[in-house]
Design a protein around this ligand. Sequence first.
Ligand code: DLZ
Length: 514
Amino acid sequence: MSGLQAPRLGLLLGDQLSFDLDLLRALDPARDVLLMAEVRDEARYVPHHPRKIILVFSAMRHFAEALREQGWRVEYVKLDARGNSGSIVGELRRWCRKLGAEQVHVTECGEWRLEQAMRESGLPLAWHRDRRFLCSREAFARWAQGRKQLRMEHFYHGMRKRNRLLLEPDGSPAGGSWNYDKDNRKPLPGKVHGPFALAFKPDAITREVVALVRERFVDHYGTVEGFDYPVTHAEAQALWQHFLDFGLGAFGDYQDAMAEGEPYLFHARISAALNIGLLDVRQLCEDVEAAWRRGAVPLNAAEGFIRQLIGWREYVRGIYWLRMPEYAGLNAFGNRRALPAFYWNGQTRMRCMAQAIGQTLELGYAHHIQRLMVTGNFALLAGIEPEQICQWYLAVYMDAYDWVELPNTLGMVMHADGGYLGSKPYCASGAYIRRMSDHCGHCEYRVDHAVEEDGCPFNALYWHFLMRHRQQLGRNPRMVMLYRNLDRMKEARREALWHRGEALLARLDAGDPL
Ligand code: DLZ
């Protein structure tokens, strides 16, 4: 019977590589066809780090093989395949025609841009919810309705309760508190090494993709050599187990610390695999809770990790879908400054910036504090145009997709949504970087100087930022202390800081890499 019916087409995007999709349950391997396509438009809409393209293409190719082994017919279009139209919508049209398919099953996209193109395509699409997220777009909208300000912490408490994670039998939070962040801001006690980084040797499929990316994406920033990231579900699981065994225990304590030559410290490095579907968020949370319950890791580590997954991650996705497309255009401070060229080559004398950017361009990875408090903090203090810094984050990180990158950068880093996502800007002077890292000891600038020529640029720019945005920020209760410190200064000191800040910004505008 099924042989007589026209096949339906099921689309699997490069960040939808999960066996647990509603789309796969709705289709029939005996009748229907799955489509996966490597397309120019997705590979080029920002200059993705070559490692991100390698990861996505290689994981797609491996997933197609795994689906075929399960009995699916998968039409896989390689980047260089004859007839490849170069876009997802183009490929859907081409394969609908070719197969005579009258219905196309698709899963909600990660990015508004692509979902919009698909919705406007006129194709006969049947949409499925993306159940890899615990909070649907609709549930988030219901939660947000009527709230003047959204706060992650409130959302997170609800997520803990609803998903029954880290709760006492009576439903109260494990250990008596919802949040143990106060225990999670420790600097490293001297020279500390994170666990060895688990590396995955590229197989023949990955090697072929590496060669393709090396040839076709020479104009993208970032290093191809040394790609060692997981590209299958089994490899991603091995990376996760490695973190459970060796990283999670100290993750909480040192999650905000930074150290020279230690790009990963106690971080899991799983976000790139998770964001393309190689890991399941429910499983990760259950594993972390189980590790705490059997006494293998402390509660501040378990809670901090689970908060990242079901708190921040789901919260920013909710905001993204609630506020797009208008959210992408917000610019509360009216920033117009161009992104300095050193974001693309790491060549600046500011040691922390050079380290974070250098590591990013090499690995396509930096941990959250490097992103928030170094490269992000600098962009905030320097008044970089939000769109330009957002495009940078989207391009250079292996785990970056618009749904997660945009709210994190535009909202949390740049405060360009005027405080909708977060209650205050994460602005900090060099003192924060000195406390949380060993970079300042290796820097040409002096972190204990501000107005002098050799003063850490973060210092003067921090005070300049506070002075120039006093009107917007001065009455924010979480900023009051900072403004009090500013007001306690002698007028001459404030003036000197302002002038040094102006001089630094003028140098940036002139293309000086500082
Ligand atoms: C990131 C990416 C890249 C580099 N290439 C492809 C591709 O060729 N084909 C594909 O289906 N997906 C790719 N992706 C992931 C998409 O960009 C992602 O699915 C959209 O941004 C929507 O989230």
